[in-house]
Ligand binder design. Structure first.
Ligand SMILES: Cc1ncc(C[n+]2csc(CCOP(=O)(O)OP(=O)(O)O)c2C)c(N)n1
Ligand SMILES: CC(=O)[C@@H](O)[C@H](O)COP(=O)(O)O
Ligand SMILES: [Mg+2]
Length: 618
């Protein structure tokens, strides 16, 4: 019988020999490859933490002890070991198992994650609560070297290191973020990896120093000084030591026995401890080892060849990358920024073509925004390509550093709207609501990729803060007949009709276009407006629409609260509009995981849903 099938609870791991645990690691890898090849998901990171996760569950007693997975995309092995092996066929599917830790899914998921660099703050909070309540359990944060580039992680290290709180941080160092990891800390880690001074030596030194008799104040002080100097010379991870952590490592994260040994030692130590574990992203699957970035988050694929089973179509991200290169050739002031997403945002080719004009700042969206402001302040034309959900991290910076000073920064907001399988932590459904109130900011959204390219060209010539939001993936099969020239604050009427008006934004214009055809077949004539500028509104056209129609529908891939429809309502109130405005968008709830198609349907934003809402209301 497979060892994997003999595990009913993570506590069962304590019964197995090291040899059996190694066999278990192999079985888990086969299981992961087999299952993720069918469902898609975050494969490479999980293959890298198989032994580490087994060791954590062998040494700690969950759910009493707490493990917080930073980002959480590497929690699949943890899910397998905590009774959810049978749910993998439903991974990331609507109604199925989430790809991230979810306390409402299992008591073994101590905290929900999804965005990077939060784990040390959470762990410190939990540890402080434990101490105040005089409870006894261990708290462990598992954070990757990529996640460690995020400002929050530094803030938490700074606080935890000074706190004397018992807390373990496991730094999983695989030299990779999604792409190659960046920054000077990453360089420092790689130096430790390549010039390691082993843990045993550290213990020997500590033991030796303890034996120096503490007679007299002066001798004690000298001993302390010697100790500090020796530490500088001989102990790895001095940065962490200086921050107040006991640093243990680097250790081979694929050696279960060794990891267990160090975890046991860490558990006994007082105060904050950081264990530096070195792993290989994609370990055990040759294609993922060779291209860990491609297998970071992967669509279903063929196990034998590693080839993707999804047809590749033109995406907004790839069109963005193409337009950036075209503009980069013409304008040497154009610079591009990413926060650790060169591939996802389509900027990889730009980075290769113009390395001196490309900045990967690590998982540091706040810094990315303000870096862009600085570049703009000194005469460059920065474009920060960032997912809608991650721009939430840089909100204050958009207001404070870009918009107050009217810096000509472009926020290229990818993955706006429903992203699908990543679920509630990643849906890009807030950006219209959080950006719309900011003075001086112009916000656009294209009806399709062709218009997206036109808008980018317009933006490249525009001098001011601008945000353009566009969805994950590509277009549906809608062929528009017209593309008016882009002009600041001007909307585009795509069909004329006297019975009702539909004001649609972004990709929702495509669904609305099909709705207009269907309504026409029923003898209902609708005017469809492509509201290209979310801000400023085309108030001239909107005032006309108020004059001509008794009922107006707004459609957007964003929350209703504070969204585009709300801005139409605000203007209607100003103009004392007497008709009805029906808003379509997402309700006041977090949107779960599932395919974009299913979620559009669920929230009435697919063609049938929009059609039904209109028919119900006229
Ligand atoms: C705030 C934020 N920005 C960007 C991301 C996208 N993202 C998810 S995982 C990841 C890389 C994480 O690297 P690391 O922590 O080293 O984990 P690994 O996959 O290497 O195990 C990035 C950039 C995110 N989840 N959160
Ligand atoms: C875990 C995480 O935050 C990223 O890996 C994210 O899942 C990437 O999303 P895309 O697949 O849309 O690039
Ligand atoms: Mg990493």
């Amino acid at each position: 019988m497979a060892i994997l099938d003999r595990i009913n609870s993570p506590r069962d791991l304590k019964e197995f020999s090291m040899k059996e645990l190694c066999k278990l690691a192999d079985e888990i890898r086969d299981f992961l490859i087999e299952n993720v090849s069918k469902t898609g998901g975050h494969l490479a990171s999980n293959l890298g933490v198989v032994e580490l996760t087994i060791a954590l569950h062998r040494i700690f007693n969950m759910p009493d002890d707490r493990i917080i997975w930073d980002v959480g995309h590497q929690c699949y092995v943890h899910k397998i070991l905590t009774g959810r092996k049978g749910n993998f066929a439903t991974l990331r599917k609507y109604g199925g198992m989430s790809g991230f830790p979810k306390p409402n899914e299992s008591v073994y998921d101590s905290f929900a994650t999804g965005h990077s660099s939060t784990s040390i703050s959470v762990a410190l909070g939990m540890a402080r609560a434990r101490d105040i309540k005089k409870e006894k359990y261990s708290v462990v944060a598992v954070i990757g070297d990529g996640a460690l580039t995020g400002g929050m992680a530094f803030e938490a290290l700074n606080d935890a290191g000074n706190s004397n709180t018992d807390l373990i941080v496991v730094l999983n160092d695989n030299e990779m973020s999604i792409a190659q990891n960046v920054g000077s800390l990453s360089g420092y880690l790689s130096k430790i990896r390549t010039e390691p001074v082993y843990l045993n030596l550290r213990n020997d030194i500590e033991n030796l120093l303890k034996r120096i008799p503490a007679v007299g104040n002066n001798l004690y002080k000298s001993a302390e000084r010697v100790k500090e100097s020796l530490k500088y010379l001989l102990v790895n991870g001095m940065i962490f030591e200086e921050l107040g952590f006991t640093y243990l490592g680097p250790i081979d994260g694929h050696d279960i026995g060794r990891v267990c040994e160090v975890l046991v030692g860490a558990k006994k130590r007082k105060g904050p401890v950081l264990i530096h574990v070195v792993t290989k992203k994609g370990k055990g699957y040759c294609f993922a080892e060779a291209k860990p970035d491609r297998f970071h988050g992967i669509d279903p694929f063929k196990v034998e060849t590693g080839e993707s089973l999804k047809a590749s179509n033109l995406t907004y991200s790839s069109a963005f990358g193409e337009e950036m290169i075209k503009e980069g050739e013409k304008n040497d002031k154009l610079v591009a920024i990413t926060a650790a997403m060169p591939d996802g945002t389509g900027l990889k080719a730009f980075a290769e073509r113009f390395p001196e004009r490309f900045f990967d700042v690590g998982i540091a969206e706040q810094h990315g925004v303000t870096l862009a402001a600085g570049l703009a302040a000194n005469g460059l034309k920065p474009v920060f390509a960032v997912y809608s959900t991650f721009l939430q991290r840089g909100y204050d910076q958009v207001i404070h550093d870009i918009c107050i000073g009217k810096m000509p920064v472009t926020l290229a907001i990818d993955r706006a709207g429903i992203v699908g399988e990543d679920g509630e932590t990643h849906q890009g459904v807030f950006d219209i609501s959080y950006l719309r109130p900011i003075p001086n900011l112009t916000i656009l959204s294209p009806k399709d990729i062709k218009e997206f390219r036109m808008m980018l060209e317009w933006i490249f010539a525009f001098n001011g803060p601008v945000a353009i939001r566009y969805p994950r993936g590509g277009d549906s099969e809608v062929e528009f007949e017209k593309y008016d020239e882009i002009s600041l604050g001007k909307w585009e009427t795509l069909s004329e009709g006297k019975d009702l008006a539909i004001l649609a934004v972004g990709k929702m214009v495509q669904n609305s276009y099909k709705v207009v055809e269907k309504l026409g077949a029923k003898g209902i004539n609708a005017r469809l407006v492509n509201c290209r500028f979310i801000k400023p509104l085309d108030t001239i056209m909107l005032n006309n629409i108020f004059d001509e129609y008794d009922i107006i529908f707004t459609v957007e891939d964003n929350l209703v609260a504070g969204g585009f429809g709300s801005s139409v309502l605000e203007h209607a109130s100003l103009k004392n509009y007497r008709g009805r405005i029906v808003m379509m968008g997402y309700p006041d709830e977090f949107i779960t995981h599932g395919s974009q198609k299913i979620l559009y349907k669920k929230y009435g934003l697919d063609v049938d849903g929009i059609m039904n809402t209109i028919l119900k209301n006229i």
